[in-house]
Design a protein around this ligand. Structure first.
Ligand code: G6P
Length: 477
């Protein structure tokens, strides 16, 4: 393949491996659903782009290949690397630390060593497919060392990094035994994007305290090995969704019919609450179950009044904290249902499954109240998906103030998931909210989500990156 002018580097490729059906030869690839893929598709097409990433299974060796107009460059990981780099350092050290230690992070030196080695492999793969002067956009916490590694190998490149998860306060960040190396890794980028203003300022503070570097509003002056300096930009670029594709699905008659069928299948309760999350301890699923269970215990709701549908999609199932969480959630669901179900109605319909987007939109349309009770969340795109799907201007969004989405979605009912009484009252307020107030709030929410969609996010990040490139080249902006 020819060298690419635009390269995305992410832990995962935008495709999944599909095993061959019985009797057929050869596995194939299927596009994996996801906002990032949709957002970058036009840029990829115009710039003859390449995407470097892990194909999602251990020991899967694959040559670079073309997929729907994009060059895909697989980075293979051994089973041991999956254990140490992905499950270990990425998801049992960085993930819990950056989500305010909701679960205790584990600091293991062999995991760090694997993280360094695998980040180097991603950086090498990116360097080998990038044309002279190309733009490379690195994604997320699994690859924090890639920007500096890439810059060392290829100073001609313009490098962006986007951090999809929170960046913690300095008091927590400073626990990390490799705190300096990670900051130095990130500072290899020309633009370092965060979800919230707070994340960018936590990062700047860590840089000041650990590296003794001055920061001025969003600019950080970085000294290079050759004695020169450059200014990296660290600021917020809140991510979004492809809002119009949700609105289009929500208008489809078959999906609207499916939404009615879902309610019938639940025994037509007066109100349907919905939670949709990866099964992750950051999402506050237990807090939500507790609040709902207590409303039933107190008699403020009955199972004829309300059902909670909880979709909890399987995630990181070999990491201990996730196994434990699954046990806790399933025990809580079993208890609440055992106490309150009738033959015709269930309290909680729990679905440990992943669904296609059509079914998700039908669920959004079937839900009177969407519960987003995250204890800490970079953005929470489910909140935006619910809003984008409700072109009927009905439904109520309960949104945790600890989710990045709370910065933009001020017309949601804001909740603190740790305050169970407050959460219960907010759930009752949502159940009782008159249609006129639902409409007023939903219209305001929809304006935000439709205006700030995923295309706008990628454009504004890439514009900032281009600004830095022009400044370096001395080209007028
Ligand atoms: C979060 C992260 C992503 C990650 C996704 C799914 O949204 O920010 O980087 O891809 O979770 O997690 P997984 O471990 O399955 O890739």
């Amino acid at each position: 393949m020819s060298l690419a002018e635009f390269v995305v580097v992410a832990n995962r490729l935008p495709v999944d491996r599909v095993p061959a059906a019985d009797g057929e030869a050869g596995d194939s690839w299927r596009r994996s659903p996801g906002g990032l893929v949709t957002a970058l598709e036009p840029v990829m097409r115009d710039a003859d782009g390449a995407w470097v990433g892990w194909p999602g299974q251990a020991d899967l060796e694959a040559e670079p290949f073309e997929f729907e107009g994009t060059h895909l460059v697989p980075v293979s990981l051994s089973a041991e690397e999956v254990e140490n780099y992905y499950e270990g350092f990425s998801n049992d050290t960085i993930w819990p630390l950056y989500h305010d230690v909701i679960s205790e992070p584990r600091y293991r030196r062999v995991w760090w060593d694997a993280y360094v080695a695998v980040n180097r492999r991603f950086a090498e793969a990116a360097a080998s497919v990038s044309a002279e002067g190309a733009t490379v956009w690195v994604q997320d916490y699994q690859l924090q060392l890639v920007p500096a590694m890439l810059r060392a190998a290829r100073p001609d490149l313009t490098i962006g990094y986007f951090h999809h998860i929170p960046f913690p306060a300095y008091g927590l960040y400073s626990q990390l035994p490799w705190r300096r190396q990670v900051l130095e890794g990130l500072l290899g980028a020309d633009v370092i994007g965060f979800q919230r203003v707070q994340d960018a300022s936590n990062f700047a503070r860590a840089v000041r305290r650990q590296l003794r570097i001055e920061t001025k509003s969003s600019g950080i002056v970085v000294a290079e090995a050759d004695g020169s300096t450059r200014t990296a930009l660290a600021k917020a670029f809140p991510i979004s969704i492809d809002a119009s594709s949700y609105a289009e699905l929500a208008a489809r008659p078959d999906i609207r019919a499916r939404a009615r069928e879902i309610r019938e299948g639940l025994g037509n309760p007066k109100k349907v609450f919905l939670g949709v999350d990866r099964l992750d301890y950051t999402k506050g699923i237990r807090h939500r179950l507790k609040a709902f269970g207590e409303l039933l215990d107190d008699g403020r709701l009955t199972v004829q009044d309300a059902t909670l549908v909880q979709v909890a999609s399987p995630s990181r199932e070999r990491v201990g904290a996730y196994m434990q969480l699954r046990d806790e959630i399933e025990q809580a669901v079993g208890r609440i249902n055992g106490d309150h179900d009738t033959v015709g109605h269930t309290a909680i319909r729990y679905l440990h499954q992943t669904y296609p987007r059509e079914e998700m939109v039908a669920l959004f349309l079937a839900a009177d109240v969407m519960l987003v009770t995250a204890l800490r969340d970079g953005m929470n795109l489910v909140a935006k998906e619910y809003v984008a799907s409700r072109s009927d201007n009905r439904g109520v969004l309960l949104l945790s103030e600890f989710a990045g989405a709370a910065d933009e979605l001020g017309s949601a009912i804001r909740i603190n998931p740790h305050d169970i009484d407050g959460l219960k009252d907010a759930m009752m307020r949502a159940v009782e909210m008159p249609a006129a107030e639902q409409g007023r709030r939903m219209r305001a929410l929809r304006r935000k989500v439709v205006e700030n969609d995923i295309a706008r996010w990628s454009e504004s990040f890439l514009r900032a990156l281009d600004g830095v490139r022009r400044a370096k080249e001395g080209t007028p902006q």
